[in-house]
Design a protein around this ligand. Structure first.
Ligand SMILES: [Zn+2]
Ligand SMILES: [Zn+2]
Length: 255
């Protein structure tokens, strides 16, 4: 309309929709005044002035309350190019509230839930083949948006909690599987050991041979370590004695 063109409003641009909503009262007043003046001027051509005033006023009031007062702001989806009327009942992405009082709280305003009260920064196109976000502000924030009540929506807060629970549940399942795997590993080891053939029984000769070799090896190790201790601490009697005491104890343990 001429009046909106004078104010340089693009009547379908989503980025100007919030401004158009806020200016709706002023625009309605402008429409009404312009229509009233033109109507009176035309009617005065065919009837007395007082009658023209009455008829024109009644006509404008009908127009005001029937059409202009709660007229829906329109936007055009930049993706599917289809029209959207902003009096569509909507769901808040933050709290999940349904906003049905769309004359006062369309998605161009704010969430009707006073605890939440966020202003959606975008509207998710309700045309089924589209479903993309239509940004209402220049910052193009994606996580605070409105969506038609006709489309199932999962509130962001609830979704976050659900994601956290799912992650925790998955972690618990993984831990359970790890414990089960460890238990199975122990059981498998026991089973393998039980399947091994019993150790071969040594003859008396072989037993003595093993004992003899072990004892002789101990004696050799003792002599070598005592020589190392004497060579390492030639001028420190205390350390030599402590070293030899360690070797004595080791030899006792071997008896
Ligand atoms: Zn669309
Ligand atoms: Zn909300």
């Amino acid at each position: 309309m001429a009046f909106t063109k004078i104010l340089n409003f693009d009547t379908e641009n989503p980025r100007t929709a919030k401004r158009r909503f806020k200016m709706r009262g002023l625009l309605n007043f402008g429409y009404a005044l312009t229509t009233l003046i033109i109507s009176i001027a035309l009617l005065m051509q065919v009837m007395p002035a007082w009658m023209a005033d009455v008829v024109a006023t009644g006509f404008v009031m009908c127009l005001y309350f029937a059409f202009w007062n709660n007229r829906a702001i329109k936007i055009r989806c930049p993706h599917c190019k289809k029209m959207i009327r902003c009096n569509t009942p909507w769901i808040c992405s933050q709290c999940g509230s349904k906003n049905m009082n769309v004359n006062e709280f369309p998605f161009l305003n704010r969430c009707e839930n006073n605890v939440c009260g966020v202003e959606p920064k975008a509207y998710k196109c309700h045309h089924t083949e589209c479903g993309r976000l239509i940004f209402l502000t220049d910052d193009e924030q994606q996580d605070i948006y409105a969506q038609s009540v006709g489309i199932k929506v999962e509130p962001q807060i609830a979704k976050k909690e659900k994601d956290e629970k799912t992650t925790l549940h998955e972690e618990i399942q993984i831990k359970k599987l790890e414990v089960h795997k460890a238990v199975l590993g122990v059981q498998l080891k026991g089973l393998n050991e039980s399947l091994q053939p019993p150790p071969k029984k040594l003859t008396a000769f072989e037993e003595l041979e093993a004992y003899f070799k072990g004892t002789m090896a101990n004696d050799v190790a003792e002599k070598e370590w005592r020589a190392i201790i004497d060579a390492t601490f030639p001028n420190d009697k205390d350390k030599r004695e402590r070293g030899h005491a360690v070797v004595d104890q080791w030899m006792k343990n071997k008896v």
